[in-house]
Design a protein around this ligand. Sequence first.
Ligand SMILES: Nc1ncnc2c1ncn2[C@@H]1O[C@H](COP(=O)(O)OP(=O)(O)OP(=O)(O)O)[C@@H](O)[C@H]1O
Length: 629
Amino acid sequence: MDTPVGTTGAGAAPRRTGGGGRRSLLPRRSPELGTGLGLVAAIVLFGILGPPLTGDPGTVRDIGMTAPGGEFWLGTTQTGQDVFAQLAHSTRGSLQIGLLVGVLATALSALFGVVGGYAGGAVDEGFSLFSNVMLVIPGLPLVIVIAGFVPVRQRGWWTIAVVLAITGWAASARVLRAQTLSLRNRDYVAAARVAGEKPWRIVSVEIFPNLLPLLASQFVFAVILAVLSEAGLSFLGLGASNSETLGKMLFHAQNGFALQHEAWWWFGPPGLVIALFGCGLALINFSIDEIIDPRLRTAPAPPRRTRRTRRDDTPARRRRERAALRRDAAGRDAVLTVEGLNVVYGGEPPTHAVRDVSLTLGRGEILGLAGESGCGKTTLAYAVNRLHRPPAEVTGGSVVFHDRDGTDIDLLSLGDEELRAFRWSKLSMVFQGAMNALNPVSSVRAQLEDVLTTHRPGTSAVEREERCAEVLRLVGVDPRRLDSFPHELSGGMRQRVMIAMALLLDPQVMIMDEPTTALDVVVQRGILGEILRLRDELGFAVVLITHDLPLLLELSDRIAVMRDGEVVEYAAAEELHRQPRHPYTRELLDSFPSLTGERGAFVRTGEASARGHTGTTVTGTTAKEAGPR
Ligand SMILES: Nc1ncnc2c1ncn2[C@@H]1O[C@H](COP(=O)(O)OP(=O)(O)OP(=O)(O)O)[C@@H](O)[C@H]1O
């Protein structure tokens, strides 16, 4: 087992979380889903098995209207017909219509919405026009007119279903079209197009699966609406002639003066079945997203672990460690202290993504987090800022922010409102893939001003304008770009705008998670150079996350090397470069050869920068400049 190396490396040896166990493919069993499935399954079973078991619902008996009991569980109608048998046949009839309408309406909306949206041009315009026309025609009157015109003998259950489907697909098509237009421009669809995939394949393999949650809920909605609409039509005497339905039962109950005779068993059961079926489908609808989209399947929270996973957890040891952490900041006041942080993603099996990590960030320091993909860098950064979401859970440790005014803020115990006020004003974050983090339909001005309005509501319009222009200037973007929309900016400019946004409230710490990954080397270096300059100018501290160890060596004051969630080495960048102590660090450094064949063509001077930071300044070239890796 590797032991951590460095000044304050984590104390625990690596542990692996449970090996076996199959990942759950099913959504979390929620009470809504269980109840919904139970209700719908019971009604469907009743519709399937009921008719053969209950016999002919039309048999007339000379017993008149009788209350439930004895031979007839739900009593009889005026003509002595068995209400229970009628209910079973009517449930089957209504289900048939509901199902057919669901299938037809969903297919029509998918055809007009998805195909039109993807094809674009004249096809889209034609389909859109047709959908819009269908949308403005009032549904129920049209159904009544169509159903009224169809001769009674031809008005079978399928005719009613077709009529209901024709009048019920257009709204869904509009929603699907909008979603398809958005998906069409996603990178993975562009990649499929570039890879030469045929349009039908792109629609069915790349786009369609992403629309499934929407389609499924539209299907459910169409079924509910069809059952209710059919009941309405039958009640008006315009229902199917060849099939018993729940609506028809209600129609006959009304004609037989069931209400006046207080024969609740005649009209009550069909009404109840309609209501329960609608309820069941609505409850399933709640869970549809979770059933279809694996990203939404949150596993149950992992069992709470002990707050400390260290063997020796005595207060004396903790005091010693805290003192060591403070000493680590080497001449700098600490602005952030992370101690023994543990983060676990619950699931089957759980992933212990951050293990007992202890770090100190000095005021104005650039602390690099290095390590291969999946070692827990992003999870650590999110947990520090309390941005982690279930199934991630902080199972131990502390994160303390040491404010300029001398107060210590325990981040893990802040309430929601305090946390909202804290984030961005004291600790801001530039996210991985931040280029895409700007809202495409808001101007740069609106997005920057939004931050000021939220955190400093008292700021006047003029002050906001000045501050926004100032931060843009700081990051090297012309303030005239305030009125631009994100799509009018280059990737590098968008990234600079994101950094400007992170600077707006003059934070003391900035966490940057792969801030320049998607940019070319020249732009990347330009932006990182700006960050160094701004750090010197404004004095904020940076936690910089990247896979690029040479870059970290160049920019950071200290570097923490992570592996399997643990910090295995934590040292000054210079020291780590010259004398890597942990075999994994050596392995990482050796994986970045320079063109000259030597490890990284850096010449670190080790001099303090002009502002007195102990950060190491660099001359010469980086491995990145030296050539491709
Ligand atoms: N939502 C999640 N559910 C379960 N496990 C997750 C989840 N997100 C991340 N993990 C796991 O947590 C571990 C750490 O992931 P993390 O994204 O923090 O790594 P990283 O070092 O930032 O990787 P990269 O550099 O590729 O972004 C990985 O094993 C990953 O599989």
